[in-house]
Design a protein around this ligand. Sequence first.
Ligand code: ASN
Length: 309
Amino acid sequence: MEDVQSQIAAFDHPDVEAVAIIRGRVLHALQTFLLDRDFRQLLPILMSPITDPLNHAVYPAEIQYQQRRLKLTASMIFHKQLALTARGHERIFIVAPNIRLEKPEIKDSQRHLLEFSQFDFEIRGGTMQQAMQLIEQMVKHTLDEVREHCAAQLAQLGRELPRYETAFPVYSTNELQAELGDDFERLMSEKAHTPFFITNHRREFYDRETPGQRGHYNNYDLIWPEGYGEALSGAEREYEHGQILYRMNELDMDLTPFGNFLEVARQGLLHPSAGGGLGIERLLRFICGKRHIRDVALFDRSVGSDFLF
Ligand code: ASN
């Protein structure tokens, strides 16, 4: 009872309203930015025989419907690739809910949610350079819109949102690891004053391996400065059947659930593409200057949540 009362009292804080106004402006800015560039907006799907296998272990999130086991969407990666084969879907984006039942090891994380929203996009025939340029413009545009329209809300939150005049720097995992060790992402984020990219991560099979360079990858993360950590992950995609099989086998994956996806690839129907997904709550956390991600959402879905509602 007491928990419920204090939660409802917390809803009444002026920051809650400020965050809500900024949230609306951010979503408006992101969506109009891509709609103005001829992207088509898809609505999310929530259940499917396959979903993103992710780069880290989470508890399975599945439901039974009649005779079938269906997975809840961890990300729309495969549906983005498949959607690009549809007529008029050369450039797409989705505001997508993602469910990731994180392990208790990270229960104190201030930047993980068990369900979050991803601003997810993909470009048929896109390249890494093209996607990174688009991301930079989209982020700068969104921050400009918030600065212009939400000055009162930023003041309420005590947040001075920096303006980034120069290009976001680009580093690769190799150079950062050699210089700073395994914790390079956190260390770089803490000392950075501008968002920056890190390329060449070894991770899920669908991120494209650099042609002719085994163990090197055409992928990129955008990292927030001031210690806010990862903002976005994206990549060019594997689309050739043989190479997809090679990458899946390298990771010892069970190919069975991917039968239909692999069949589309075997028929040569997948397009080369590039894209990425921006964590919307992480973007809000950064913009609002809130250190805990639960402070930018009304309903707490952080890993240590007690799920009051
Ligand atoms: N949405 C990301 C991408 O486009 C994938 C992910 O969320 N794991 O690369």
